[in-house]
Design a binder for this molecule. Structure first.
Ligand code: COA
Length: 236
């Protein structure tokens, strides 16, 4: 499975056809038509027939805050909509604004050249297209998803730095733990999440047959909590 097929297209409400179109146009403008067409082809193939694993990693929110001289971490606001669409490109201005709420926030890492990274965080639920369901963290915890580092700035530890900042922000908001979901085949992401102090929680095995998702099982040190995620999982 390709890296671009990592957790994508997630939101507190299931994206409408208009939302998906608007995101696809923004992505094509930011990353080029060829990259987006390749990603769409991979998605279509995988939704027809594939088997995969979603890893859920977890860490306590409170922890030492990292500082870096070259980049800054902050929460994004509605004023960032245009910048987000132009430089991150995983959402259009409209879908970016529609997603922001008290329970669903966006955090960014920036430098002089603009936005380098964005991650979304919810205390409520996030639509996860791989399993065609909403993932909801346990009460009091938060779920980090749809993380993206601009391709020209990858490999500089920006994602672990963002995760560290997110955990500090969550601790200040009183959250207990942060969870991150990642497809097992997305090695760069698994490595980055490990560097930010996250440890294995549980693994969700699933397969797609002609577009229908079947959950095949939950394993791992926190598999009991994994079953809790499954029981909270909603499909609409
Ligand atoms: C996954 C992702 C967010 C990591 O961001 P990052 O800021 O580059 O994170 P890091 O700098 O810690 O690099 C993580 C790993 O990426 C790999 N990497 C290093 N340089 C790279 C480059 N130029 N291009 C791609 N991957 C690179 C390395 O394996 C690195 O781990 P290592 O430093 O232990 O060798 C980024 O690759 C990305 O946006 N990918 C596409 C979207 C995605 O998969 N999101 C994750 C959803 S859970």
């Amino acid at each position: 499975m390709s890296r671009s097929a990592s957790l994508r297209g997630v939101s507190a409400t299931r994206p409408s056809v208009r939302d998906s179109l608007s995101k696809t146009v923004t992505r094509a403008r930011t990353r080029g038509v060829v990259e987006v067409a390749t990603a769409l082809r991979t998605q279509a193939r995988q939704s027809l027939w594939s088997t995969n694993e979603l890893k859920l990693l977890v860490r306590d929110a409170p922890g030492p805050l990292q500082e870096r001289p070259d980049v800054r971490f902050r929460e994004a606001t509605a004023l960032d909509a245009r910048l987000y669409a132009d430089q991150i490109g995983t959402d259009s201005e409209r879908t970016f604004l529609a997603r922001l709420s008290d329970s669903t926030r966006c955090y960014v890492v920036e430098a002089e050249g603009g936005l380098l990274h964005a991650s979304w965080v919810t205390t409520l639920r996030a639509w996860t297209s791989e399993i065609q369901a909403f993932m909801a963290p346990p009460p009091g915890d938060a779920y980090v998803y749809e993380s993206f580092t601009r391709s020209d700035t990858r490999g500089r530890g920006i994602y672990p730095f963002a995760l560290n900042g997110i955990c500090a922000a969550l601790a200040a908001q009183g959250a207990g733990r942060a969870w991150v979901g990642v497809e097992a085949t997305n090695e760069p992401s698994v490595r980055a999440i490990g560097k930010a102090g996250f440890a294995e929680g549980f693994t969700l095995r699933f397969r797609r047959r002609l577009g229908v998702v079947q959950i095949r099982g939950v394993t791992g040190p926190l598999e009991e909590e994994g079953r809790g995620f499954l029981s909270r999982m909603a499909h609409r």
